[in-house]
Design a protein around this ligand. Structure first.
Ligand SMILES: *[C@@H]1O[C@H](CO)[C@@H](O)[C@H](O)[C@H]1NC(C)=O
Length: 410
């Protein structure tokens, strides 16, 4: 029975072959895993200064091993200026960081509400109320020392509805005030200035006058509701690419007496052109501060009142951008995008002295070169120092998009 014999002989051989295969496979997998840097996370007794993360010469290994850890005493505050931090409903990490690092934050703005004006309706509607999470708010406020909760309201409307709203500010004030007081929020952030500017509303004197009245009216509505706070999101005074500013310095000065904080969008410097570059070049940030303080060079504009300084909250991006110019690509990078990029491509991080940010490159499967500009502890610290020197605060977009180590610096 040669056939049966050969089969009997073969069976153990096959088995052996199969087992060798799995052992080798497991070894290979293990080697690959060993080559992949393990990502650290959670609290540690090591201060950020001892991790190598503050250096200009920064390796992807340090970023992976130490970047997502944080110093275990989260009650220590290093940055004394006002800190506003946004959280977005589509990023659970931001909600968690807001609670973990609440002693380092003066205000948290969950991006929850839209102000809309359905056609044929006299009063606006506020949408987004399903996002309200009172459990999370009570975690933030636990012990009574938590940050202010000041949700962001964005006006989402076509031009005619924008006009209708500024013409009937009372209806907007009442709708917003109702949501803020009924939910026991500490105030609000209004986001609409860029929209008003983008359809040239603010270059029309009548529209602008009404718009300014809507802003000051909302601020007054907050202040008169038990001293709630009013924050306004605004573009930087010196734009990145446009010739004329999206917020005139005089308008900024006129708004200042009403506003408890300006959330200034000093980031996305290169997204309009798509050319790879820093998110917030340091010289641009400094020029913005100079302009805010004194106006254009050799102008006779009034100086910035000292009382306004602490209410200026320079935007600090906790996210980055991935530029792939050869295919016209541009994508936002958050920490959860960054980690796999660093693991896969093991890129060399380069410090750009001129703009004071790190950057790295990698090549995708189709051969396109990507340029990534993502903040690092060193670049964030440089911007915090600018804010310190100017006596202003910061506004973080957003709390779940960065390395946890960023909070060690706040
Ligand atoms: C509300 O917040 C709590 C505490 O942070 C969280 O555990 C819960 O999942 C949140 N609920 C929703 C619906 O997101």
């Amino acid at each position: 029975m040669p056939r049966a014999l050969s089969l009997a002989l073969l069976a153990p051989l096959l088995l052996l072959a199969a087992s060798v295969g799995t052992v080798e496979g497991a070894q290979r997998r293990q080697q690959r895993r060993r080559r992949q840097v393990e990502v650290g996370s959670g609290p540690t007794s090591e201060q950020i200064w001892d991790t190598g993360l503050m250096e200009t010469k920064l390796s992807h290994v340090s970023m992976l091993e130490r970047g997502r850890e944080y110093y275990d005493d989260t009650t220590v505050r290093r940055f004394k200026g006002f800190v506003l931090g946004y959280v977005t409903p589509w990023n659970r990490g931001g909600y968690m960081n807001a609670v973990t690092f609440r002693h380092k934050l003066d205000a948290v703005a969950p991006v929850w509400f839209q102000i809309k004006m359905p056609e044929g309706q006299a009063a606006p509607t506020i949408t987004g109320t399903h996002e309200i999470n009172q459990t999370w708010i009570s975690e933030l406020r636990e012990g009574g020392r938590g940050p202010l909760v000041v949700p962001r309201f964005v006006i989402e409307a076509e031009v005619p509805q924008h006009v209708a709203m500024v013409q009937n500010p009372r209806a907007v004030l009442e709708a917003v005030r109702k949501v803020v007081t009924e939910n026991n929020f500490d105030g609000m952030v209004l986001e609409t200035w860029v929209a008003w500017q983008s359809f040239n509303g603010l270059s029309n004197d009548m529209f602008k006058k009404a718009a300014m009245q809507l802003v000051s009216g909302l601020a007054e509505a907050m202040h008169s509701s038990g001293g709630k706070k009013f924050f306004l999101a605004v573009p930087p005074l010196l734009p990145a690419t446009e010739k004329s500013p999206w917020l005139a310095r005089q308008d900024f000065l006129d708004l200042a007496p009403h506003v408890d904080g300006f959330s200034v969008m000093t980031y996305d410097h290169n997204t309009a052109t798509g050319r790879p570059g820093a998110n917030c070049p340091l010289p641009w940030l400094q020029a913005n501060i100079k302009h805010m303080e004194k106006g254009p060079k050799r102008s006779k504009e009034p100086p910035l009142p000292e009382a306004v300084r602490p209410r200026v909250l320079l935007g600090a991006n906790f996210y980055g951008w991935d530029f792939a110019p050869s295919r016209g690509g541009l994508a936002a990078v958050t920490v959860s995008d960054l980690v796999p990029l660093l693991q896969k491509h093991q890129p060399e991080l380069r410090w750009d002295e001129g703009v004071e940010e790190h950057t790295f490159q990698y090549q995708d499967k189709e051969g396109h070169v990507h340029h990534v500009w993502y903040p690092t502890p060193r670049s964030l610290e440089a911007r915090l120092q600018v804010a310190r020197d100017a006596g202003v605060g910061i506004s973080v977009w957003e709390l779940g998009q960065g390395l946890e180590r960023f909070f060690d610096l706040l």
